[in-house]
Design a binder for this molecule. Structure first.
Ligand SMILES: Cc1cc2nc3c(=O)[nH]c(=O)nc-3n(C[C@H](O)[C@H](O)[C@H](O)COP(=O)(O)O)c2cc1C
Length: 306
């Protein structure tokens, strides 16, 4: 997730059982022109591996060079974003809007796969109106996407179960996810979107027959759900997290963020901290203190008093 999935957060997710972690998405155009801020997004620690870098852009001709820059970092895999609905990406025909131009989709995937040896995966959504703001003209769906990519050795596909038109809220289309899973023969298939409970995730996995789940917003403030989902799949039960473990994780997260981004980047920790205290009886007074933390010591002090 852009603005959230940095090295510190990935290390925390890994520690709590994530099998693979993704970077924030990185613009192919920016990589091509070696933009310093974008190159910084490729930095990771060995203990995060396997790390996948997600890239986005609509100009197929820029992908080979961008993909090689990514591969040279030693990263484990490359994911191409065909799902972003944000105006600054989809508004210019990128992200999910690329599904309206399957030739370019194919060109992007083909040139990327040809350029690198690391596995290449793709992320998309269940559907988009074929014509913007004109639902009567039908939809392009993930099934068309799977068809278009059937000839390529794609390592994995992640599908967000919502459409472009309903980008972030509401239920996911489990029927479409199930159909896409059974149609996609190239690699592993992961469902994404609308985490409700540990039990419901496992039910959705069983229903769609997907190979796994990609978690996003639900992880904020509760990275241990990786472990809980795995435990539930294996044993049909999982342990509730304790406040002592939450405190320990939040302080460790703050320390990791300080190590990777220093004082300038540390204010980014505040948004994570607000998620960690969600549900605590003193949440509202804690929030007032947490929005002002400047360093890991401040975080430790506040959590010690709990
Ligand atoms: C703040 C934010 C940033 C996101 N950034 C990305 C991104 O860089 N790449 C991506 O594939 N999806 C991104 N997403 C979408 C999520 O990965 C995910 O597909 C979506 O939130 C649905 O899953 P959820 O309901 O579990 O959050 C982002 C979502 C949010 C809320």
């Amino acid at each position: 997730m852009a603005g959230l999935t940095d090295s510190a957060w990935r290390q925390i997710c890994k520690q709590w059982g994530a099998d693979v972690v993704h970077t924030e998405f990185v613009s192919v155009d920016a990589l091509y022109y070696q933009n310093k801020k974008s190159l910084k997004l490729l930095e990771y620690r060995a203990k995060e591996q396997p790390v996948v870098v997600q890239i986005f852009g609509k100009r197929a001709e820029l992908y080979p060079r961008a993909a090689k820059i990514v591969e040279a970092t030693g990263i484990a895999g490359l994911d191409i974003n065909f799902g972003c609905p944000a105006k600054k990406v989809a508004g210019h025909g990128g992200g999910i809007c690329l599904l309206r131009d399957m030739d370019t989709v194919k060109k992007i995937v083909a040139t990327t796969i040809e350029s690198v040896k690391i596995p290449v995966s793709v992320k998309t959504r269940v559907s988009i109106n074929a014509i913007q703001n004109n639902p009567s003209q039908g939809k392009i769906t993930v099934l068309d996407f799977v068809d278009a990519l059937s000839e390529f050795p794609i390592a994995a596909m992640i599908v967000h179960g919502r459409s472009y038109e309903v980008p972030f809220n509401g239920p996911v289309d489990l029927e479409m996810l199930k159909k896409a899973k059974s149609k996609f023969k190239n690699g592993i298939f992961l469902i994404n979107g609308s985490f409700q409970t540990i039990e419901s995730v496992v039910k959705d996995l069983k229903y769609t027959q997907a190979d796994g789940i990609a978690l996003s917003r639900a992880l904020l403030g509760q990275p241990w759900i990786f472990q809980q989902i795995k435990d539930y799949i294996k044993t049909n039960k999982y342990k509730k997290i304790t406040w002592s473990a939450i405190k320990k994780t939040a302080v460790q997260h703050a320390e990791l963020l300080w190590q990777s981004k220093g004082p300038k980047g540390f204010p980014e920790m505040r948004k994570h901290l607000l998620y960690y205290v969600k549900g605590h009886p003193q949440a509202s007074s804690l929030r007032k203190q947490l929005v002002a933390v400047e360093n890991p010591q401040d975080v430790k002090k506040i959590f010690k008093s709990l």
